[in-house]
Design a protein. Structure first.
Length: 321
C-alpha cells in the first residue's frame, strides 16, 4: 500500500518511541523533524496529556504515551494482516512479516527460510530480528513482531504456540575432543574439561544454575560469554565443552565440525523450541505461510544435524567391528 490506513501522527510517534528522538525518527522516515514534532504536539493537545518526556538527550514515553503506542502498533499489525488478506483474495501471496528468532538461528534456520520464501513467494518480505528468549516474547506481546521462534517459551494465555519440539540437553565438543566418542556424558565428566558457558541472558544458563547449582560453586575452568558465536568457536578449537541443544549448533553438527553427546544426569530435562504468535489476534494468511515455512526450516535443520550424528555413530561401530 502506498498510503497507510494508520494516521501519520501515530506512525510518527511510534518511530520516535523506537528511535528515542525526533531527529533519528526523521532520518528513519525521511520526513522533516519539524513535521514529526508538529504532529506529536497536535496529538498531545487533542488527547490532553503529554505522550513523551522531553529529555536533554532524546524522548521517553510517558505512561499515557506507552498505552497509545501499544495500541498504534496493534493497528499497524492489523493493517498488514488486512492488506495480506486482500492480496490473498486477489490470488497473490504478498505482504510483510516481522519475525523474531534466536541468535543460533542466524547461521542455520534463517538462511534456509529466506531462500525458500525467495524462491516460492518472492512478493513476501521479511524483517528478522535476533533476540534473547525474553525479548522475543516481549516483541510478540507488544505487537513489534508477528511471529517468533523462541527457546523454552513458558505457557501464556496471550501466546498461541503453532509448533514446538523437544531438544535434548547435551554436551557439544569437537570430533577430536576426549569426550567425542562417548554415547552419553555426565556433567561431572564434562566439567573435568574447560567449559564455555552462555550468559545468564539465556534461559539454558538460568536452567543450569537452578538445577545444577554445584556446577558454579567451586572454581572451575570455564569461560562465560553472551556470544553464541564465541561459544561455538571455543568448542571448534578442540578444548572446550559447551552445554546446549542440537539446534544451537545445527550447522556445525550437520557438517561434522562438532559432535553432540546427550547428558545422562537424572533430571536433565530437554530444552524446547516453539514457534508462536499473539493469541489475541489470529494470524493472517501471510503470517501462516511464513510460520509453516519456518517450522519446515526448523525441522529440516534438526533432521540434518541428527542425521550426521547417526552417521558418526554408525561409522564408529563399524570401526570397532
Amino acid at each position: 500500500m502506498r498510503h497507510s490506513l494508520v494516521p501519520a501522527a501515530l506512525r510518527y510517534a511510534d518511530q520516535v518511541a523506537r528511535s528515542g528522538s525526533i531527529q533519528k525518527a526523521a532520518r528513519e522516515l525521511h520526513v522533516a523533524a519539524s513535521a514529526i514534532n508538529r504532529q506529536i504536539l497536535q496529538l498531545e493537545e487533542e488527547l490532553g496529556v503529554p505522550l513523551f518526556e522531553r529529555l536533554p538527550r532524546g524522548m521517553r514515553l510517558t505512561a499515557s504515551g506507552d498505552a497509545l503506542i501499544t495500541l498504534a502498533r496493534h493497528w499497524l499489525q492489523d493493517e498488514r494482516g488486512v492488506v495480506a488478506e486482500i492480496r490473498r483474495l486477489q490470488g497473490v501471496h504478498q505482504g510483510h512479516v516481522s519475525l523474531v528468532a534466536m541468535d543460533s538461528h542466524a547461521t542455520s534456520v534463517m538462511p534456509a527460510l529466506v531462500r525458500d520464501l525467495g524462491a516460492q513467494h518472492p512478493l513476501v518480505s521479511l524483517s528478522i530480528a535476533l533476540a534473547t528468549p525474553d525479548d522475543a516474547e516481549a516483541a510478540l506481546l507488544t505487537g513489534q513482531a508477528d511471529l517468533a521462534a523462541i527457546f523454552n517459551l513458558k505457557p501464556r494465555r496471550e501466546l498461541l504456540v503453532l509448533w514446538k519440539s523437544a531438544l535434548p540437553l547435551g554436551c557439544v565438543v569437537a570430533p577430536g575432543h576426549p569426550l567425542a566418542q562417548r554415547e552419553t556424558v555426565s556433567f561431572q565428566e564434562a566439567m573435568a574439561h574447560p567449559v564455555a558457558l552462555q550468559s545468564k541472558a539465556l534461559t539454558i544458563r538460568r536452567y543450569l544454575e537452578a538445577q545444577y547449582s554445584w556446577l558454579f560453586k567451586e572454581p572451575r575452568r570455564y569461560t562465560e560469554t553472551n556470544s553464541l558465536q564465541l561459544v561455538k568457536q571455543l568448542a571448534l578449537g578442540g578444548n572446550h565443552v559447551v552445554f546446549t541443544s542440537e539446534l544451537d549448533v545445527a550447522s556445525e553438527l550437520a557438517t561434522g565440525q562438532l559432535v553432540f553427546i546427550p547428558i545422562r544426569d537424572r533430571g536433565a530435562e530437554p530444552q524446547e523450541i516453539s514457534v508462536a504468535v499473539d493469541a489475541t489476534k489470529p494470524p493472517g494468511p501471510i503470517v501462516k505461510l511464513v510460520s509453516e515455512r519456518l517450522i519446515q526450516a526448523l525441522q529440516d535443520c534438526l533432521a540434518a544435524a541428527r542425521a550426521q550424528g547417526a552417521r558418526a555413530v554408525m561409522a564408529e561401530a563399524v570401526s570397532k567391528a
